[in-house]
Ligand binder design. Structure first.
Ligand SMILES: *Cc1c(COP(=O)(O)O)cnc(C)c1O
Length: 404
């Protein structure tokens, strides 16, 4: 049986068109963009094309607002470290409790080493940012705010345009980790006040190891990687030309498929989620279901372990994820669901199903067929489930007041 891949927020398959676009840049067009001969010139124009393709997807207005990086992590790190250097007299960073480790691990380190004071803004039960706490944290010492556009685990979308305006009123820079949002929802950066934005190739059908930091025209950037003059001195090191060409092509494809994402992909996601919730008792969606990415569903199955669910799903050839891939292997439930105060009995059994345009209705059928017996089987073995039947005596929501 064909495997069913529902883990596209972890990584996506390279689109065949992307691979095709990249291939010449491994062989015939192997030049270095910095060279003064024809080999270099060809590559230089490929870089310019990719930049245009990315600009179109982001709705970015000016040339030279894109700095290529090795991925989302490097872009996130660059943005925050740069702001702490360029924003003189400001040494505070504001972020959210549900960021990717690419932000949280960095700001944790900055705090620990005394290089920044960090405000971590919490979220409510649906994963929505506490905007009042954010407003209070902003001040004359805020160097930068880094808040994601959409959460990788729940798909919850943050009001980044509004948050950027608030940051500017306090004189702070605003960066958004948009790794999950780029290519899934429409963007118009030219009309926003967002100063910096991170994206990653492998989350949008381009290869791993390539990404970009959008830096609004006029925003100062201190390079994190120093060396040669590539990327106008903003990121040293010979450019990953095949990766950049692939990222550009992927951006062009994503823009062409945005409508498909909003309609067909969202419909597949909704059918799976609805089907699961109807077929499986003591299950509920996590995150802000009314304001989320079109491709993501995160469903909590109470009283069982996500790892066990994934193992049995894997035997049926279905790939999804529990918590974030970066924390699996530890037995703590994901930091995102904990920040949302999802009860432990449910957070442990939360599964993220993330679609892409490559999924089909047959994938949804397979998952809908496989999941109910898997959950039933694990619950039969779960001491918590047995306990729950005694305690709740039919009251499905008794353990779960937040989601009653
Ligand atoms: C995947 C991801 C990253 C990291 O991107 P890499 O290209 O893998 O370094 C950062 N932020 C979010 C929200 C992500 O989902």
């Amino acid at each position: 049986m064909e495997p069913v891949y529902l883990d596209n927020n972890a990584t996506t398959r390279c689109a065949p068109e992307v691979v095709q676009a990249m291939l010449p840049y491994f062989s015939e067009q192997f030049g270095n963009a910095s060279s003064m001969h024809a080999f270099g010139a060809e590559v230089g124009s490929a870089l310019a094309t990719a930049r245009k393709q990315l600009q179109a997807l982001l709705g970015a207005e000016y040339d030279h607002e894109i700095v290529y990086t090795s991925g989302g992590t490097e872009a996130d790190n660059t943005a925050i470290l740069s702001a702490l250097e360029t924003q003189t007299g400001r040494d505070e960073v504001i972020t959210s409790a549900v960021e990717h480790p690419a932000v949280l691990a960095l700001v944790g380190h900055l705090e620990k080493t005394g290089r920044a004071k960090v405000h971590v803004i919490g979220v409510d039960a649906k994963g929505r940012l506490d905007v009042e706490a954010y407003r209070k944290a902003l001040g004359p010492r805020t160097a930068i705010v880094s808040i994601m556009w959409a959460n990788n685990e729940t798909g919850t979308i943050f009001p980044v345009e509004q948050l950027a305006e608030m940051a500017h009123q306090a004189g702070a820079l605003f960066h958004t980790d948009a790794v999950q949002a780029v290519g899934k929802i429409a963007m118009n950066l030219a009309e926003s006040e967002i100063d910096m934005l991170s994206l990653s190739g492998h989350k949008l059908h381009a290869p791993k190891g390539i990404g970009a930091l959008y830096v609004r025209k006029g925003t100062r950037l201190r390079p994190m990687v120093r060396g040669g003059h590539q990327e106008r001195g903003r990121r040293a090191g010979t450019e990953n030309i095949p990766g950049i060409v692939g990222l550009g092509k992927a951006a062009e494809l994503a823009l062409a498929h945005l409508e498909d994402e909003r309609t067909r992909v969202a419909a597949m996601r909704d059918r799976l989620e609805q089907g699961l919730l109807e077929a499986i008792p003591n299950s509920f969606p996590t995150g802000d279901v009314d304001n989320r990415l079109p491709n993501t569903a995160n469903v909590a199955f109470e009283y069982i372990e996500g790892e066990a669910i994934l193992l049995l799903m894997n035997r049926e050839g279905i790939a999804a994820s529990s918590g974030s891939a970066c924390t699996s292997g530890s037995l703590e439930p994901s930091h995102v669901l904990r920040a949302m105060n999802v009860p432990y009995t449910a957070a442990h059994g939360a599964i993220r199903f993330s679609f892409s345009r490559e999924n089909t209705d047959a994938d949804v059928d397979r998952a809908l067929e496989a999941m109910p017996p898997i959950i039933a089987r694990l619950r039969e073995m779960s001491p918590f489930w047995k306990e729950r039947e005694k305690l709740a005596s039919g009251e499905a929501s008794a353990f779960n007041p937040t989601y009653a």
